[in-house]
Design a protein around this ligand. Structure first.
Ligand code: RFL
Length: 407
């Protein structure tokens, strides 16, 4: 139970206005915003710095998110190294269909692998802005969250001793499997969960991209996706049964299925390479409402998960961090509480927009292979409308780029 009093044998406690639990995109962006305003904070991370700088995950950033990083001096190497994408391609019924979302909206997608973004953010936070961070901590526990004096305790990896940190606020940025969300007693927030009912084999191939844009393959055998990560590495997805055994997916079968499901007239051949990541994801999402419990403020995947269907999670993590950073700075430096009071509501508008789009897109991806001829028929109708109706294409482009009405 994490909602308890701290360990009585802690050595001399430390004090920071804000403790940030988790050094992912959300926690590091938040830490940087706080440091830029001279608000002291401590970031606690269970993994090592080298590990978080290499952990492969997301790669697609939306235009507004890149602008938000730039405005805060956090874009790092992104403008020089990111690829700019303007189109995506659907393949179905043996044909290729391009959707030029930049032509329709003026906005781009930026392809910048998450490890590079995290590397930029941790360097800026720790090495440039002098922010405090402890890597490799164990057994993080949150205490007295409903009081005005919450605290966080953890085991120091070097000494093995419990450490206690008093604070005014705890930012729970520890992702989908962290302790922050678990520290909220049952029944005090609503957790809305959605299961897509399918699995995806998430793959990273040491191979150049096979196409000049993202490809969504809608096929009766199941969905297949292709996403560039860098000139040397490409992410692929293959729909599979939920909980499928990796043993069912030797490399030969992976490439054969990718070739089959991404095959279309005139499509360039797949560039094959060593598979450096292969894991099964059970596609689901959840939303915690509100994202605040006492002095605990959740951000990023700790507060809401979107399956990687529409490449939204890292973007939402940044959106939360921008809003939370500004709200905490206003409160700590000027005593203004409006930002904190409105934090959860301001985040959740975009969160639900992205959940809805992911659900819609999930049906487009998976309906054709559901075995249900009615779902297969409506999936094809959706796809055909996308390429026959300019207004349907524009609506898709706006959601794909995160141009929400709640922007
Ligand atoms: P993170 O990145 O998970 O960071 C949380 C950090 O907290 C640490 N941690 C703890 N620290 C202290 N104490 C504890 N008890 C802790 N427990 C955990 C963890 O080690 C970690 O360092 O969460 P954050 O910051 O909210 O960021 C969220 C994003 O990482 C996530 O939404 C994206 O990766 C999702 N996602 C994508 N999002 C996009 O916007 N575009 C994409 O193209 C995209 N592709 C993906 C994705 C996620 C994927 N996986 C993980 C399913 C592709 C994949 C395969």
């Amino acid at each position: 139970m994490t909602f308890s009093s701290p360990h009585p044998n802690s050595p001399s406690p430390q004090r920071f206005p804000v403790v940030v639990v988790g050094a992912g995109p959300a926690g590091l962006t938040l830490g940087n915003i706080l440091r830029a305003a001279s608000v002291d904070c401590l970031v606690l991370e269970t993994e090592s710095r080298a590990f978080i700088e290499q952990r492969p995950r997301a790669g697609v950033l939306e235009e507004w998110a890149v602008r938000g990083l730039e405005e805060r001096g956090l874009a790092g190497n992104l403008p020089a190294r990111a690829q700019v994408h303007e189109e995506c391609e659907f393949r179905f019924a043996g044909e290729r269909h391009r959707l030029g979302y930049t032509e329709l909206t003026g906005d781009h997608h930026y392809i910048y692998p998450q490890p590079l973004l995290v590397t930029d953010l941790v360097r800026e936070y720790a090495d440039v802005r002098g922010g405090a961070v402890r890597f490799g901590v164990r057994d993080v526990e949150l205490h007295d969250l409903e009081s005005e004096r919450p605290s966080v305790s953890y085991t120091d990896p070097d000494s093995g001793q419990r450490q206690l940190v008093h604070c005014d606020f705890v930012a729970g940025c520890d992702g989908a499997r962290g302790v922050s969300r678990e520290a909220i007693p049952p029944g005090r927030v609503r957790i809305a969960r959605y299961d897509h009912g399918v699995g995806w084999l998430a793959l990273l191939a040491e191979a150049p991209p096979s196409n000049d844009c993202v490809v969504f393959g809608v096929h009766p055998r199941g969905f297949a996706g292709h996403m560039a990560r860098s000139p040397e590495v490409t992410r692929y997805y293959l729909q599979c049964p939920p909980g499928d055994d990796l043993g069912n997916w030797p490399d030969d079968r992976v490439w054969a299925e990718l070739r089959e499901r991404l095959g279309a007239a005139g499509a360039p051949p797949l560039t094959e390479g060593r598979l450096i990541e292969k894991r099964v994801l059970d596609l689901h999402g959840y939303v915690v409402e509100p994202m605040v419990f006492g002095r605990l403020l959740l951000a990023g995947d700790a507060a809401h998960l979107t399956a990687p269907i529409a490449a939204k999670g890292m973007n939402l993590a940044l959106h939360d961090a921008f809003l939370l950073g500004e709200a905490l700075v206003a409160y700590v430096t000027r005593g203004e509480s409006a930002g904190l009071d409105g934090y959860s509501g301001a985040c959740l508008g975009r969160v639900w927009e992205y959940q809805e789009f992911s659900q819609w897109l999930s049906e487009v991806y998976h309906g054709a292979s559901s075995g249900d001829p009615h779902r297969a028929g409506t999936t094809l109708a959706r796809l055909r409308r996308l390429f026959a109706s300019p207004s349907a294409a524009l609506a898709f482009a706006e959601q794909y780029l995160g141009r929400t009405p709640t922007r």
